[in-house]
Write a protein that binds this ligand. Structure first.
Ligand code: C2E
Ligand code: CA
Ligand code: CA
Length: 591
């Protein structure tokens, strides 16, 4: 190669061979190359050192060993030249580093390459060794390269991740996935040993409200305390997990002795009889609703049993908040049919299979149209009507009522504008508002926005609410009713006579109109007492300056009676059933 590097004709002897000059030139060149090589060796060793890894090289032909990098931080001992053929620092050769020895016997591995993780116990390090062995054509071992890397940090992170993948960070209980995995194993074992597994799902009542009132930080503290308590329920046969923010679940394998659902429940009850005391000294009393289902009675699959326990909670929340509900078939059937309806309802919300019908209301004295009540109709895919009395309660539970409610508001207001433009309509359109809608913070803003967009007078809109809106947050609802009225909307109390029905509290309610429930009108003729009660309601309500509407008026005699006692308005099949928009518009044309 040197020959080629010589400049043209440089220092040749007369006979053409390399002369002294040429040899000197070659020597210089070699030295330069050597220096360059040493330089790059230096560079590479710097890099090797910086990498924090340790490298070992062994040449079996020349018996040459080279260790690069710092072995001390990795193995706790610095590497010394090995005296034997095995390329091993002494400490790695000891019995406990068998793994490392294996690694360095890489030539036994097919392909001559392998990776191992080694745990160094003294300094609690995890080291990954990667070894490569090269053979000659005869299969003789030539060289071996080994690289040791500190993977402790990665291992710890990995451990943390796998902890997080299995346990709940806040409480240390099993998380949802891990619990289900464990439950499935228990159920599998139970099926082999022909025993039961009971599952109790436990939900803290009104946790959201508590959380809102104490704030997120104390809320977490409270959950931690509750979690701590549940953690203490773990036994050899009982596993406990956290399923959602405020939902916990326990599974008992082969219940018996002290490990029974009943014992578990009484331990919980005992704990709940005392308050949870927060760091700010707040004392919080909790109640919990529990659903219980068992393998194999409720289902043959662990996951199904869990779901059934969850359904028991839903069922209990309806009737028996703070109580316990055990799985039974009857409850399940009811749930399934509601669930099927709920599913169809979801589809209907998406595909807007709804219509608004309008039922006219007339002034009793003048016989003129007062306005109408907008009533929703749902026609399913087969064209059958499903009653709002059936699907509204389900939509209220699932939250679907919010989008349904918005749809009703938009359409009713839209019709109101159209009627004003086409028929000079200036009456009142009443819409039914569910307690769930009323609870939403932006309810009034959204309503006003809709009125503004459609340029409809708030005076033309009436909000019908039932007494159920007062159950949860009386002050908030009253506040909202007041501001509705301040914005010029009308507020009407629907179904009067079916709720608390106390006349004395009426005077404190910011309402314009009172709707007397159909149940009164039904017997107003046949039953004297109802007649008297209805009359006194009307009198009293008028004295409070409120307007009255009688609902469900079906015959002439009822109407005559209502006229006689001076009830202001009448709504009922007698004067008009709820009808599609086109039919109601025919009425407006005549009016
Ligand atoms: P509601 O607000 O008390 O509505 C009056 C119900 O009585 C309507 O039933 C109406 O069709 C019916 N009705 C009116 N006059 C007579 C009559 O003379 N005889 C008889 N037998 N019934 C009469 P509908 O439309 O089935 O609605 C039932 C309930 O569903 C409503 O009771 C209301 O609570 C709820 N609902 C209807 N539409 C909506 C809505 O858009 N939003 C909300 N949140 N609830 C609604
Ligand atoms: Ca109504
Ligand atoms: Ca009503």
């Amino acid at each position: 190669m040197q020959q080629n590097n010589l400049p043209e004709g440089a220092g040749r002897d007369r006979d053409g061979g390399p002369g002294l000059t040429a040899l000197r030139y070659q020597a210089d060149l070699l030295q330069t190359l050597n220096e360059k090589l040493t330089d790059s060796m230096d560079i590479f060793s710097k890099f090797f050192e910086m990498s924090g890894n340790a490298y070992a090289y062994y040449n079996f032909k020349t018996d040459y060993f080279e260790a690069i990098g710092d072995f001390e931080p990795l193995f706790g001992t610095s590497v010394t030249k090995p005296s034997d053929v095995e390329l091993l620092p002494e400490y790695v050769r000891e019995e406990e580093y068998r793994e490392a020895m294996e690694l360095l016997r890489v030539e036994d591995q097919p392909g001559g390459e392998c990776v191992r993780e080694i745990r160094i116990r003294e300094n609690r390090k995890w080291i990954e060794g990667h070894a490569l062995a090269l053979f000659d054509d005869n299969g003789e071992l030539l060289e071996k390269y080994v690289c040791f890397r500190d993977i402790t940090r990665f291992k710890i992170q990995n451990d943390e991740l796998s902890y997080l993948a299995c346990y709940d960070g806040l409480t240390g209980l099993l998380n949802r996935n891990f619990f289900i995995q464990k439950l499935n194993t228990l159920v599998q074992k139970a099926s082999e040993e022909r025993v039961n597994v009971s599952v109790a799902m436990i939900d803290i009542d009104s946790f959201k409200r508590i959380n809102d009132s104490i704030g997120l930080i104390l809320g977490d503290e409270l959950l931690q305390m509750v979690g701590q308590f549940f953690l203490s329920l773990n036994t050899e046969r009982t596993i406990v997990g956290r399923f959602g923010t405020d939902v916990f679940v326990a599974a008992i394998y082969d219940p018996g002795g002290s490990d029974t659902v009943e014992n578990l429940l009484s331990t919980i009850r005992l704990r709940l009889s005392k308050p949870f005391i927060l760091s700010n000294k707040d004392e919080i009393f909790l109640t919990m609703t529990v659903g219980v289902a068992s393998y194999p009675e409720a289902s043959g699959s662990g996951f199904d049993v869990l779901q059934k326990a969850e359904i028991c909670i839903y069922a209990a929340k309806d009737t028996d908040k703070g109580g316990v509900r055990y799985f039974d078939d009857q409850m399940m059937r009811q749930f399934v049919s509601n669930f099927a309806l709920e599913k169809r309802l979801q589809d209907a919300i998406v595909s807007k299979h709804f219509m608004l019908y309008y039922q006219p209301q007339y002034n009793t004295r003048t016989g003129k149209l007062r306005g109408c009540e907008a009533l929703i109709r749902w026609r399913d895919e087969e064209g059958r009507f499903i009653s709002p009395s059936d699907f509204i309660p389900i939509a209220e539970k699932s939250g679907g009522i919010i989008s349904i409610g918005k749809w009703v508001i938009r359409n009713a207001i839209n019709s109101c504008r159209k009627w004003k433009r086409l028929y000079g309509f200036d009456g009142i359109v009443s819409i039914n508002i569910s307690a769930i809608q009323m609870k939403k913070d932006n309810f009034i803003d959204e309503l006003l926005e809709e009125l503004r967009t459609e340029k409809v007078d708030p005076e033309n809109l009436e909000i019908e609410i039932t007494e159920s809106v007062f159950i949860e947050n009386f002050d908030d609802v009253i506040e909202k009713m007041r501001s509705l009225r301040q914005f010029g909307l009308r507020v009407s109390l629907d179904d009067f006579g079916t709720g608390f029905s106390s006349l004395s509290y009426l005077k404190n309610l910011p309402i314009n109109t009172l709707k007397i429930d159909k149940s009164f009108i039904d017997t107003v003729i046949s039953d004297d007492t109802t007649g008297i009660i209805t009359e006194s309601i009307v009198n009293m309500v008028k004295r409070l300056g409120l307007e009255t509407i009688a609902e469900g008026v079906e015959d002439e005699r009822q109407m005559e009676f209502l006229k006689k006692i001076d009830c202001d308005n009448i709504q009922g099949f007698l004067l008009g059933k709820p009808m599609p928009q086109e039919d109601f518009e025919k009425l407006l044309m005549k009016d």
